[in-house]
Design a protein around this ligand. Structure first.
Ligand code: TMP
Ligand code: ASP
Length: 236
C-alpha cells in the first residue's frame, strides 16, 4: 500500500490518502508540542515508538471487543487505518489526580480517585480544547446520545484493559486521552493513538514520570522515558 496525497498534517502525525478510498496511512512524527502548540520540540524516536505501541495496544483492545481503526502496520512509522471522521471529543479517563484536574480541583497530583473519572473536551485547537459535558456535546451536535453511550462504554473497557496492561509492566496508568471515529456506516471505532504522548504513566514503585509530562514540564530524560516504556512493554 502506497501513500498518495497528504490529506492532513497534525501536530504529531501526517495522514495520507491511498488508492483505497476507505483506507488512509498514518505517519507518526518525532515532533512534540504542548500547551496547544505553544511549546515545540522534537522527541527523537517518538514516532516509531508511538506507532508500534499504539498498534500493539489496539490489537489487544480489539480482541477484548472494542473495534479500532487499525488495518495493518506498514513500517516503523506508518500504519494503514480505516478512514473515519473523527468525533470531535477528546475522551479523558483519570484514575489518579494529575494535570489539569489537579489544577482545576485543587487536589494534589498523585491523590487516588474513588472511581475513574470520564471527561470530555471539545476537540478544537482555536478554543484550546475546552472542557465540556454530555449536554454540550448533544446540544452542539458533536455526537448523538447513542454515540456518547457507546463511547463511554468502550472507554471504560479500554481503561480496565490498559490499567492491567501497564501495571504488569511496572507502571500506573494515571490518566489518558483517546479519540473515536465513525466509519462510512456510522460505526464507532477507537482511532488516534495510545502512547506516552497521550497517557500519564508513573513507575509503580517510585512514581517517576515515564510520559510526555517530562517534555511538557522540562524534566529531562524525555527520550529515555519513551524508550523505557517501550522496553518494559516488551516492544523494544
Ligand atoms: P490534562 O490533565 O492536561 O487534562 O491531561 C489529561 C490526559 O490527556 C493526559 O494523560 C495527557 C492527555 N492529553 C493529550 O493526550 N492531549 C492533550 O492535548 C492534553 C491537554 C492532554
Ligand atoms: N495537544 C497538546 C498541544 O496542543 C499537547 C499535549 O499537551 O499533549 O500541543
Amino acid at each position: 500500500m502506497e501513500k498518495k496525497e497528504l490529506m492532513y498534517e497534525g501536530k504529531a502525525k501526517k495522514v495520507w490518502t491511498t488508492e483505497d478510498p476507505e483506507v488512509v496511512i498514518v505517519d507518526y512524527k518525532d515532533d512534540a508540542t504542548a500547551f496547544n502548540g505553544e511549546k515545540k520540540g522534537t522527541i527523537v524516536g517518538k514516532g516509531a515508538i508511538n506507532n508500534r505501541m499504539t498498534n500493539h495496544v489496539f490489537k489487544m483492545i480489539e480482541k477484548a471487543g472494542v473495534p479500532t481503526h487499525l488495518v495493518e502496520e506498514l513500517s516503523d512509522r506508518e500504519t494503514a487505518v480505516k478512514r473515519v471522521s473523527i468525533v470531535p471529543l477528546e475522551v479523558i479517563v483519570r484514575n489518579v489526580a494529575a494535570g489539569s484536574f489537579s489544577k482545576r480541583m485543587g487536589v494534589a497530583e498523585g491523590t487516588a480517585l474513588l472511581c475513574p473519572i470520564l471527561e470530555f473536551s471539545y476537540k478544537n485547537d482555536d478554543l484550546g480544547d475546552p472542557f465540556i459535558n454530555d449536554s454540550y456535546a448533544l446540544a452542539l451536535g458533536l455526537a448523538t446520545q447513542e454515540e456518547i453511550d457507546t463511547i463511554k462504554e468502550y472507554t471504560l473497557k479500554v481503561n480496565e484493559i490498559l490499567k492491567e496492561y501497564f501495571l504488569n509492566a511496572g507502571m500506573k496508568l494515571i490518566d489518558f486521552k483517546i479519540e473515536f471515529g465513525k466509519d462510512k456506516d456510522g460505526k464507532i471505532l477507537l482511532a488516534d493513538e495510545v502512547s506516552p504522548d497521550t497517557c500519564r504513566l508513573w513507575d509503580v514503585e517510585t512514581n517517576e514520570k515515564l510520559d510526555k509530562d517530562r517534555f511538557r514540564r522540562d524534566l529531562g530524560n524525555v527520550e529515555e522515558a519513551y524508550n523505557e516504556v517501550f522496553k518494559r512493554l516488551g516492544l523494544a
